[in-house]
Design a protein around this ligand. Structure first.
Ligand SMILES: C=C(O[C@@H]1C=C(C(=O)O)C=C[C@H]1O)C(=O)O
Length: 422
């Protein structure tokens, strides 16, 4: 293998990368505008973040050891890299983007781009990463994405009606005492007239959902509100979401709905399971932790969620990805107890989630980074660029109503549907 070829397997030694981050002028307000048509990587929130393109190194993983393999590969890569970082903020220097499947069998990957353009506060930078020698930074140009026209939507693995009866089945299993909570998902197929330029929906997501993390990794794009874990200089944080109500567009009515969500015993129960699972998984990695007793209501343009921000001080060197591995799958996307919920999903959900509801994010050379849960997202069809699979799920507990859960998944599909619509 030549030195300039991207590395695709953990069994192959990580290449020695030469990395340089330096200040740059002329970065567009919307980082996504710099992405080339193919292979764009994105992690953007409120205008900050970083985007990248090209492949300097890549690891594909699946199976029970996928997270361990990825953590080891990253350590090896970082250990061998020659880094000159003139910026020194989270996201500068050597950075990988990644996403992982919901189940051990669903493939995931870490990608180290050749070029990263980043912004944090008023600082903007460009990072070049090359397996051979120091690469010159590119001239920054912006691109116009091709609009997506005439999208139609079709049922995915299940129709809405079939999915509701699966939910009814799950409620029976919960009532009979088999488990406390399960998160069930469905998919919808978007079909465009022309190949979909992923930058088009990506840019619209970043504009419409500035408080979400707008991501793009290897054909999976979305704007997720749920932070599985952030590790930054020894501080660990997680934003747990569970318990949802649709917004109506009428502010006064939405406020009344937010108040009813905060009092809903069904949603509070569903939320408590999710917070417990995150707090229990983080506990061994924290010397002190703050787990608020009462959730707040997070307002998004399409829905409102019960939300809890968990924070802790790290007591060991576990990287952001190591922590994500400990947390995944949280009860926000799987259920309680985890093994029973995971089996029930496999038994009755009737579709492959792929990387939907798995960790998606980035990590730097210090092991700091952010991993969110891949929600409110779509997967480009690798065999037909005119098609995408969109996903949404909902937490089912004893007090759930199948019709209301179907409506909740429809509300969660709105960001991707709108982003693709004309
Ligand atoms: C599964 C999804 O969302 C999860 C389930 C929620 C719920 O059931 O209330 C809320 C936020 C997420 O943790 C999704 O968006 O597809």
């Amino acid at each position: 293998m030549s030195l300039s070829e991207p590395v695709r397997s953990g069994r192959v030694a990580a290449p020695q990368l030469v990395v340089r981050s330096q200040p740059v002028e002329g970065v567009a307000k919307q980082l996504i505008d710099h992405l080339p048509a193919e292979g764009g990587l994105s992690w953007v929130r409120r205008g900050d973040g970083h985007i990248g393109w090209g492949v300097a190194a890549r690891l594909d993983v699946a199976g029970g050891n996928r997270f361990t393999e990825a953590v080891l590969w990253w350590q090896e890569l970082v250990g061998a890299a020659v880094v000159r970082d003139e910026i020194g903020v989270p996201g500068s220097g050597l950075v990988c983007f990644g996403s992982f499947g919901f189940t051990d069998e669903d493939p995931g990957e870490l990608v180290v781009p050749e070029v990263i353009v980043g912004r944090r506060g008023g600082t903007t930078w460009v990072t070049t990463i090359s397996p051979a020698s120091l690469a010159a930074p590119p001239d920054l140009v912006t691109h116009e994405a091709h609009p997506v026209y005439d999208v139609t939507f079709a049922d995915g693995a299940r129709s809405g009606t079939d999915w509701s009866s699966i939910v009814a089945d799950a409620i029976k299993r919960i009532t009979s005492g088999e488990l406390d909570k399960v998160v069930l998902a469905r998919d919808l197929i978007a079909i465009a007239e022309q190949p979909i330029d992923l930058r088009w929906p990506l840019r619209r997501l970043a504009e419409a959902y500035p408080n979400c993390w707008t991501f793009s990794v290897d054909g999976l794009i979305g704007a997720t509100p749920e932070l599985l874990v952030r590790r930054e200089k020894g501080l660990i944080t997680s934003r747990v979401l569970a318990g949802t109500i649709r917004r109506t567009g009428d502010d006064a009515h939405d406020l009344a709905l937010a108040a009813s969500l905060a009092r809903s015993s069904k949603d509070l129960e569903e939320h408590e399971f999710a917070v417990r699972s995150v707090a229990d998984a983080l506990k061994p990695h924290c010397k002190s932790m703050n787990v608020p007793e009462t959730p707040f209501v997070l307002h998004l343009p399409n829905v409102m969620h019960l939300a809890t921000d968990v924070a802790g001080v790290a007591n060991n060197g576990a990287s952001a990805l190591g922590l994500a591995a400990a947390l995944h799958p949280s009860a926000a996307v799987c259920g309680t107890p985890t093994p029973v919920a995971r089996d029930l999903i496999g038994e009755i959900e009737g579709m492959e989630r792929g990387r939907f509801s798995g960790p998606v994010g980035w990590m730097d050379a210090a092991g700091d980074g952010e991993w969110c849960i891949a929600l409110r997202c779509g997967q480009a069809d690798p065999t037909d660029p005119r098609r995408m699979r969109l996903f949404a799920g909902a937490g089912i507990v004893a007090g759930s109503d199948p019709t209301a859960e179907l409506a909740e998944t429809n509300a969660k599909l709105v960001p991707m549907r709108d982003a693709l619509g004309d």
